[in-house]
Design a protein around this ligand. Sequence first.
Ligand SMILES: Cc1cc2nc3c(=O)[nH]c(=O)nc-3n(C[C@H](O)[C@H](O)[C@H](O)COP(=O)(O)OP(=O)(O)OC[C@H]3O[C@@H](n4cnc5c(N)ncnc54)[C@H](O)[C@@H]3O)c2cc1C
Length: 307
Amino acid sequence: MSTSTEETRGYDVIIVGGGPAGLSAALILGRCRRRVLVCDSGRYRNDAAVAMHGFLSRDGIAPPELRRLGREQLEPYGVEIRDVAVADVRRDAKRFEVTLEGGERLRSRKLLLATGLVDRLPDLPGLPAMYGTSVHHCPYCDGWEARDQPIGVYGQGCTGVALALNMKTWSDDVILFTDGPSSLSRADAARLARHGIGVREERIARLEGRDGVLERIVLEDGSAVERRSLFLKTKQEQGSELARKLRCKVTEERGVETAARHEETTCEGVFVAGDASKDVLLAIMAAAEGADAAFGVNCALQEEDLL
Ligand SMILES: Cc1cc2nc3c(=O)[nH]c(=O)nc-3n(C[C@H](O)[C@H](O)[C@H](O)COP(=O)(O)OP(=O)(O)OC[C@H]3O[C@@H](n4cnc5c(N)ncnc54)[C@H](O)[C@@H]3O)c2cc1C
């Protein structure tokens, strides 16, 4: 097929996002001989992490290395990758028009959003230097490394209680820090006590440690509690506004919602994969959802072309 015809036709699919979800989708779609473009703005959710755990055959790999391998394995399939942000997206009856940062406009038949989430961390002095090293949000990702050590949990209300109980799977020594009056119900307070979980209600002054490793949590009254790690639940926002621009249904609880099989959203022709649609927020799940969405995209294209 001539280049000019291809330019008129545009891409079969533009994938926005080059994390595990986007790269996994690109691999399947490349192997389906689709004309695929991956746009990657280079802002990955796990930027702060030194190692990624729980990914079969890649346990403990550095996140950039997983992405490097992912990109390398796309090469035989002619998948195009551009390190650029997608600034805007619009659709007409048949096509999507994607505007890249810088103004270039591209067209595609389908769109796959693998744009992830952004975590908002609590404003605790000392925390940023330890995030990803000894301050974590996910026990499944980092609980093993904190096993049998003194663990702190930061959280309020039932969220804090649930996370503190959760951490008992990894250590007997768990203390819940509520950073202010806990307002725990009697039942919750009794449940924590029954499982040997202490509660500290004083406000936190700062986290202290060395080389990213937490040593103690200093409270505003000057007392300090020795801890080796702190687990907390982050507030999460969508990694991009593209789904909302396209009027896909997006909720705080479920992220970009899927409305049909194989990760198609409420907006026909727009698929979503990975953390952007909130399920179990693990990299291997993101990769699996990428493969599922790729299957959906290819089936939709086949239906248009062949049926
Ligand atoms: C500190 C930390 C540690 C973690 N550790 C683990 C672990 O050990 N094991 C594990 O399984 N999971 C871990 N996770 C979770 C894991 O990082 C995510 O589940 C996974 O990265 C989700 O993949 P994704 O492809 O959906 O999103 P991401 O990896 O976040 O990728 C999002 C992609 O979208 C791109 N993007 C966003 N908007 C645009 C735009 N407008 N234009 C172009 N590109 C755009 C970004 O640049 C990026 O390429 C951790 C998370 C954090 C925060």
